[in-house]
Design a protein around this ligand. Structure first.
Ligand code: RIB
Length: 291
């Protein structure tokens, strides 16, 4: 099982001719509403990849649709709480090359009740995976708890904060971050992937795939290329990668195999507009693999 303490957002997505500049007003040529949030996207990706995912999170009364949708996509939502704060949302602009800019309003994501930890962890067993990101409260408390209960702990360091990464690294087995975040971390701390004290660090490289830094091979860094695709929207691709990766590791695949499938899933995701609602399922990813 994968236990994910993660964000749940309403994603308001606007298609724009280019990403706005400071002070500029732009007219969008289209808009759509999707289920999103890095946490929800990862839960849906892992569930679509075949894992049992228990999502611990929170929405306001205006977010019941999001919980229903998570459930519909195969995520175990029994520990998603309804709180007084409004459901979080994201304003996302996407340009014709698929690049995006995102502003999030955290709302209920920062009000996940600590009382939810006990019943959620009661369902987990040693060897299960715990994952979290940087869009909610309770990350460090839950990671400490997960470690002491014998779960393996993964952290996707987004949205990036060097302080958050530094507080999380002592509790981690796996860290996933993108190359910009890795550079920011290096600038802030002077540390390379091998200096973080985390057994495995994956740096995602966008269309170039990812690099695995593994203590088992002396931190040499091993590259895993992604299949070439024509991107229309890169939003949620990193989350899809991480969700698929976690599902593979949870079912005992060697990390190289889990990364291979995760790269394929992320590549397929960037050919689609939208976030959690359009994350491909395992059969689509495997069909892409063997056209
Ligand atoms: O990574 C993409 C996600 O970032 C979106 O779904 C949005 O909600 C923000 O959390």
């Amino acid at each position: 099982m994968i236990l994910n303490i993660g964000s749940i957002n309403a994603d308001f997505v606007y298609s724009v001719p280019r990403l706005p500049k400071p002070g500029e007003t732009l007219a969008a040529s289209g808009r759509a509403l999707y289920l999103g949030g890095k946490g929800a996207n990862m839960s849906v990706a892992a569930a679509r990849a075949g894992a049992h995912v228990l999502h611990l999170g929170a929405v306001g009364a205006d977010g019941r649709w999001a919980v229903e949708r998570l459930l519909e996509y195969g995520v175990d939502t029994r520990h998603v709480s309804e709180v007084a704060e409004p459901t979080a949302h994201a304003i996302i602009t996407v340009d014709p090359t698929g690049e995006n800019m995102i502003v999030i309003y955290p709302g209920a994501n920062h009000a996940i009740p600590e009382t939810g930890l006990n019943p959620a962890f009661a369902l987990a067993k040693p060897g299960d995976w715990f994952i979290t990101q940087n869009e909610t409260n309770l990350q460090e408390e839950a990671a400490i708890r997960a470690r002491s209960a014998g779960l393996r702990v993964a952290y996707a360091a987004a949205p990036f904060s060097a302080e958050a990464v530094e507080s999380m690294t002592p509790h981690l087995d796996l860290l996933v971050l993108n190359e910009v975040e890795m550079e920011q971390l290096r600038d802030a701390t002077g540390k390379q992937a091998g200096d973080l004290g985390v057994a495995q660090v994956i740096v995602t490289l966008g269309k170039r795939g990812c690099r695995l830094h593994d203590h088992a091979d002396g931190w040499k860094g091993r590259d895993f290329p992604a299949p070439p695709v024509d991107p229309v929207d890169t939003t949620g691709a990193g989350d899809t990668f991480t969700g698929y990766l976690m599902a593979g590791l949870d079912r005992g695949q060697p990390i190289a195999q889990a990364i291979g499938l995760a790269n394929q899933a992320a590549a397929l995701m960037v050919t689609r507009h939208g976030t959690a609602d359009v994350i491909p399922d395992l059969s689509e990813v495997q069909t892409m693999r063997r056209p």
